[in-house]
Design a protein around this ligand. Structure first.
Ligand code: ME8
Length: 640
């Protein structure tokens, strides 16, 4: 069935933040997943621009509501491409086709006799843009906005929502998938156990003019929720656009728990009155807090998508959001949690697996996919786990369990890293008769990486594509039915060069870009030149340093240190060296690696371990890169 996914259209009284980003990222990931599952898909997001809240925000800035809405709406529209979010339509409630659709829908409901004029007095929360019932208040205040609602008494138009209450209860009970997760379905059924009031759907122009005029009474504008919900129809060309017929039956709305009532009660009853089938599903997620505190402008802890992407990159942000939040439950964001996941899951587990595999393919197989020989048990275990991963991933994505889908992929990434250590391809490479075994191991690894990349496409499309192209595959979005088989990597295929997918992040935040200090005057730059001269050394001084090629035999973490690894190296005698590279290399991947050692340093104790020499590394920005040249040499050879 075609899949139509929407996010809420966001109010333009606030700039995009982490919460909006999450909803929009998951909608984009879901659409990519369904598209890769062979379904026709459509994805819509946008901005909600009418109503009291926007009129008040614009007045506070001294600009017209439209000017104000134009400015903030553009911020939403421009934020999404940086996160690889690609909606088919970015809708604004001020778009002319939307205004026309709302008026047509109002006419229809009016003609049906479902709208009447009456007097009403109620408690209005401008934050929620709706009347609250006494029951919804906590200590007399709106629990979401912590403000006392305003008492409003006026004559207005009403929608006969109560008329559809019994039908709605039946529909929810008969369709367990209609509102998910379960807790929100139960919440709505509990609300519907009480008699439903009719919905006030207008505002007198004398009080609020920033809205869509009612087609049957020019003295009133449309209530903002009645206007906003209809965006889901406008985007499909309702009532007679071809996309409407195709996509409406597969409509899935993604929202957070804050706007459950309008989506689970107002909207299905409005659709029923319009003579339309209800949407297929409502998917309700929890709230993001920041450092375990509610995100708020006054606390100054609002996380902006632009800043996140600048710090961590789009792929890592998307991954974090999907991996960290169990769908439906609140979660907390912090830079520490983000950095930890980045370094451990992305730089270490996935990044290392990818670069080690491609490096070995380059060094031992001339950057081509080798042909496998006989498979052993360990190979078959990895193959079966990778095949099962694809099935589990698909099942969990369909159930909106993104965090579980990703946990399964990382299980296999861990297995593949252990498979490398167990099979030590660098040892196999030393013995020509073990060539068939080496080819089998590397083929198995690359085939496993291909399935990992396949699963990562909906989650981090750009990085997955980078992996896909490095594996010599076509530049097209893969497909779960066509591309999920194990043995689709043709032997002989040319592979890309290994490049770090996720360079490690420094643990400490730098807080903005670092700038090189500039020499301001001629004097200062002369001093700089002289300083350069002071740094020159005589060749005899250099020759005192004994540089040797060393081969790493074993490596282990030093307890209580994030930075240090204890290495046993051959140079050519065996010795222990402590190296500050633990944040850049995992112990496993160092085994067999050749490095350059300063061999005649006085021994020094670091975290209780005596180090006999120092390993050289290149410092490139925040990264450390070990290097010994591209060819292997005899351990202990002098570097000169
Ligand atoms: O309600 N955590 O717009 P809105 C997770 N215009 N998600 C969050 C969040 C948080 N802390 N904060 C906001 C409106 N969201 C109406 C919708 S739809 C026809 C009209 C996300 O700007 C989440 O998706 O207040 C939530 O439902 C939505 O922003 C509310 O956006």
């Amino acid at each position: 069935m075609p899949f139509y996914v929407t996010t809420p259209i966001f109010y333009v009284n606030a700039q995009p933040h982490l919460g909006h980003t999450y909803t929009t990222v998951i909608a984009d990931a879901a659409r990519r997943f369904f598209r890769m599952s062979g379904e026709e898909t459509r994805f819509q997001t946008g901005t909600d621009e009418h109503g009291d809240k926007i009129a008040q925000a614009a007045a506070a800035e001294g600009v017209s509501p439209k000017e104000y809405a134009d400015r903030i709406s553009a911020m939403f529209r421009e934020a999404w491409p940086n996160l690889a979010i690609e909606p088919d339509r970015f809708i604004r409630t001020t778009d002319p086709d939307h205004v026309a659709t709302v008026q047509a829908a109002l006419e229809k409901v009016h003609e049906k006799g479902d709208i009447y004029f009456s007097e009403y007095e109620g408690l209005y929360c401008v934050g929620c843009e709706r009347f609250l019932t006494e029951k919804e208040l906590v200590d007399g205040k709106c629990p979401d906005h912590l403000k006392e609602p305003e008492r409003i008494a006026e004559q207005n138009y009403f929608f006969r929502m109560s008329k559809y209450q019994d039908w709605l209860v039946e529909h929810i009970k008969a369709n367990p998938e209609f509102i998910r997760p379960e807790r929100y379905r139960n919440e709505i059924l509990a609300m519907l156990a009480e008699p439903l009031e009719d919905l006030c759907i207008s505002r007198p122009k004398s009080r609020l003019s920033w809205g869509i005029p009612l087609p049957f009474d020019e003295n009133f504008v449309t209530y903002v929720w009645f206007d906003a919900l209809i965006n889901y129809l406008t985007g499909l060309g309702y009532p007679d656009g071809p996309d409407f017929e195709k996509f409406w039956p597969g409509a899935v709305h993604v929202i957070a728990k804050d706007i459950l009532k309008p989506h689970a009660i107002f909207w299905p009853t409005m659709l029923r009155s319009l003579g339309l089938a209800p949407y297929r599903g409502l998917r309700v997620h929890g709230y993001w807090n920041v450092d375990d505190t509610k995100m708020s402008k006054s606390l100054g802890n609002v996380v902006r998508p632009g800043e996140m992407v600048e710090k961590y990159g789009a792929a890592a942000c998307r991954y974090f959001l999907l991996r960290e939040m169990a769908f439906g439950v609140d979660s907390s964001f912090s830079d520490e949690a983000m950095t930890a996941r980045y370094n451990s899951d992305l730089a270490n587990d996935l990044g290392n697996l990818f670069s080690r595999s491609l490096t070995m393919a380059r060094n031992f197989c001339d950057s081509r996919v080798p042909a496998p020989a006989a498979f052993e048990n360990g190979d078959l275990e990895l193959k079966e786990a990778a095949e099962k991963m694809v099935e589990t991933f698909k099942r969990e994505m369909r159930a909106w369990n993104f965090h579980r889908a990703l946990a399964e992929v990382w299980l296999v990434i861990g297995m593949a890293n252990r498979y490398i250590v167990n099979n030590a391809p660098w040892e196999l490479a030393k013995e020509p008769e073990k060539r068939p075994r080496l080819d089998t191991v590397l083929h198995t690894l690359l085939a496993c990486l291909r399935l990992i990349a396949l699963c990562l496409f909906p989650v981090m499309p750009d990085k997955a594509r980078e992996m896909w192209l490095s594996l010599g595959l076509n530049d097209r979005e893969p497909d779960f039915s066509r591309d999920a088989a194990w043995d689709l990597l043709a032997p002989g295929t040319s592979l890309g060069q290994p490049a770090p997918l996720f360079p490690r992040l420094a643990k400490k935040k730098t807080g903005g870009k670092q700038q090189q200090p500039k020499a301001k005057s001629g004097k200062a730059s002369n001093r700089k030149k002289d300083k350069g001269k002071e740094n020159l050394i005589d060749i005899s001084e250099f020759s005192r340093i004994d540089l040797r090629l060393a081969e790493i035999k074993s490596a282990e973490r030093i307890e209580k240190s994030d930075r240090l690894l204890k290495l046993t190296v051959l140079a050519p005698e065996e010795r222990t060296v402590v190296a500050g590279i633990a944040e850049h290399y995992s112990p496993d991947e160092l085994i067999g690696r050749q490095v350059i050692l300063v061999a005649n340093l006085k021994p020094a104790k670091l975290m209780g371990v005596e180090s006999h020499g120092m390993v050289l590394a290149i410092k490139d920005g925040g990264r450390l890169i070990l290097s010994s040249g591209s060819e292997r040499a005899t351990p202990g050879s002098k570097v000169s």
